[in-house]
Design a protein around this ligand. Structure first.
Ligand code: SAM
Length: 301
């Protein structure tokens, strides 16, 4: 998954046939446990029309191929490890390259669209126009769409007052919340470029005055305590950081607060739910879209 903003440049990749589903998931689980998501992003996919599973690995920097093969051999056997093929994929500005082809995405009351579709959106929808540069979040990814659908669900029963979008990317979720709620939204990102992009997109959507975008790693800024406790938090990141954020997140939540978590693969959902249950939250709803899981959790009182 292109889980974060990423500069153009070669992306290091490896793939192989991993046998059955259990074996593929085991490899992904073990690699995700051993390596940080900043270093390796691993995913398992069923090959269409077969019961065979493949794994795909993306590395932030050139990987230690022998070390990766050794881990895979331990988990799934020498044959699968030997079949791993390492290569580099010439990265480009994926978002810009694909924007021209993007069709509007509907998610509950929201529709996310590019400039080229501006005049084609039905007036009764809450529209979010994204002209993303180097940031994640055009609405086309299953994680963003899952978050928007869960936001729609929350809004049917609650009007959250204090909202945080942690890992805002293009600002798409913060903009959706600002449009629906007409309230100040705190948005943060580990990547300073996303902070700038989110501000630009909020202004483009006429909600720039509602959005405060800050540069922070996790909850590492005093602004979170000042702006909270939050009634609604989005965190569309990845399973490992989500698990690590469970305790600091819980400290920033108002009673009965909703938390929308995404960026996790189905096999990782159980671990993430357990981490948040351990902090006094319950699972309200789960969506699986395009191979990605999104969770709605709520603080118990
Ligand atoms: N919220 C947008 C959406 O739903 O489309 C973007 C989600 S994108 C998958 C994850 C974003 O989280 C990236 O912009 C990345 O830079 C940021 N991020 C990753 N880890 C983070 C952390 N520990 N603290 C803050 N932001 C983080």
């Amino acid at each position: 998954m292109d889980s974060s903003t990423r500069s153009p440049g070669p992306t290091h990749h490896a793939a192989c046939s991993a046998g059955n589903e259990a074996s593929a998931n085991r490899i992904v689980d073990v690699l995700s446990e051993i390596f940080d998501n900043d270093e390796v992003v691993a995913a398992a996919f069923e090959r269409p029309g077969t019961s065979e599973w493949d794994i795909s690995l993306y590395f932030e920097s050139p990987p230690d191929q022998a070390a990766i093969r050794a881990v895979v051999a331990q988990v799934a056997g020498d044959e699968i490890a030997a079949a791993l093929v390492f290569d580099t994929v010439e990265a480009k500005d994926w978002v810009k390259a694909s924007l021209a082809d993007l069709v509007p995405v509907n998610a509950g009351r929201f529709v996310v669209h590019g400039h080229h579709d501006r005049d084609r959106i039905a007036p009764n929808r809450l529209r979010i126009e994204i002209e993303a540069a180097l940031a994640f979040g055009t609405g086309h990814h299953g994680t963003t769409r899952g978050c928007l659908m869960l936001l729609d669900l929350v809004l049917r029963q609650r009007t959250p007052e204090r909202v945080l979008d942690l890992g805002t990317g293009t600002g798409v979720l913060a903009i959706a919340a600002a449009k629906a709620l007409h309230r100040n939204i705190l948005a943060s990102d580990i990547d300073p470029r996303s902070v700038i992009v989110a501000r630009e997109n909020a202004a483009l959507n006429g909600v720039g005055h509602y959005l405060e975008a800050i540069h922070a790693i996790g909850f590492g800024s005093p602004r979170f305590a000042q702006a909270g406790p939050f009634d609604l938090v989005f965190a569309n990141i990845l399973a490992n950081p989500l698990r690590k954020l469970a305790a600091p997140m819980a400290r920033h939540l108002a009673p009965s607060a909703f938390v929308i978590l995404s960026g996790l693969l189905p096999p990782h959902a159980r671990g993430v739910v357990a981490a948040y249950r351990g902090q006094g939250l319950r699972l309200v709803r789960r969506y699986d879209l395009d191979g990605w899981t999104s969770l709605l959790m709520q603080r118990i009182a």
